[in-house]
Ligand binder design. Structure first.
Ligand code: GLN
Length: 278
């Protein structure tokens, strides 16, 4: 069977199985199996699919059709143009989180400083920032040991030398360290949210997604604790649910942050809020 026909058939199957991006899923899985990029597939679509690769591809398409995230099947997801290794121990990096990276880069236009990334997972935020700001010193923390190992491996693989990662439950291992920027994409989904039983999130660690108090418990804890770890004038930058901008701003205000602002994600929803330590 020709590669383009194989792709068309897999796309149909994934579409019927309810994937929101059947064609892209099929292309990414076929590229992964064949060790090629998508441009190659477009150029050589009229070639026959090799038997061994075809069998592996069909197995991956079956796994995808039963719901498994593509990023867990290939062990990789691109974020900020960086190829990051993923694992079921961490959240899969999402395009919306690039809004958070953009906000951080805006705040760090000159000179150098120290950035803390709380709940770093794959290291996505820390590594995107580190790759853009080589003069900065970046620390990523996660309470999950496997996440810290994964982020460390990602830094090495990408050749990012100015980021390191340690195990810490939010600020627990940080003593009195101070930072000029603190970033977090913490769990913020309400445990009753129907979104949790749909799509890729079903396979991601609940501990990275769900928070108590209608999703606000971890955001509240971080907002209250971060002040002591910010240098004067330093910024706290948080991702949150798009309906949480108002309560997050209220929490920031209550905790004494100033110059509160928010940023919109790719869908135009308020997804990131920031405040400065006066
Ligand atoms: N934005 C993600 C989602 O809706 C959740 C990320 C998070 O909880 N930090 O799936």
């Amino acid at each position: 069977m020709r590669l383009d026909a194989l792709l068309a058939r897999a796309t149909g199957r994934l579409s019927r199985a309810g994937s929101p991006s059947p064609r892209l899923d099929a292309e990414v899985l076929l590229c992964y199996v064949m060790g090629v990029d998508r441009t190659w597939l477009y150029t050589w679509g009229d070639h026959a699919a090799p038997t061994f690769e075809r069998a592996r591809f069909e197995a991956l398409v079956a796994a995808r059709a039963s719901g498994h995230p593509v990023a867990y099947l290939t062990g990789e997801r691109e974020f900020w143009g960086l190829a990051l290794a993923t694992s079921p121990h961490t959240l899969i990096p999402r395009p919306d989180t690039e809004t958070l990276v953009e906000a951080l880069l805006e705040l760090a236009q000159e000179g150098s400083g120290r950035l803390l990334d709380l709940g770093t997972g794959t290291g996505a935020i820390a590594l995107a920032f580190a790759s853009e700001r080589p003069a900065w010193e970046i620390l990523g923390v996660d309470r999950v040991t496997e996440a810290v190992a994964l982020a460390t491996a990602n830094a090495r693989r990408l050749g990012v030398a100015n980021a390191r990662f340690v195990v810490s439950d939010w600020f627990s291992a940080l003593a009195d360290a101070r930072f000029s920027l603190i970033a977090a994409n913490p769990p913020y989904i309400d445990s009753r949210d129907p979104h949790l039983s749909q799509g890729d999130v079903r396979f991601e660690p609940k501990s990275a997604l769900v928070s108590a108090e209608a999703g606000l418990a971890d955001l509240r804890h971080i907002i209250r604790s971060a002040r002591a770890h910010l240098a004067p004038g330093g910024w706290l930058v948080l991702e949150h649910g798009h309906e949480q901008a108002a309560p997050v701003r209220a929490l920031l205000h209550e905790a004494g942050y100033v110059d509160l602002a928010s940023r919109r994600d790719l869908g135009g929803r308020e997804r990131v809020s920031l405040g400065r330590r006066s």
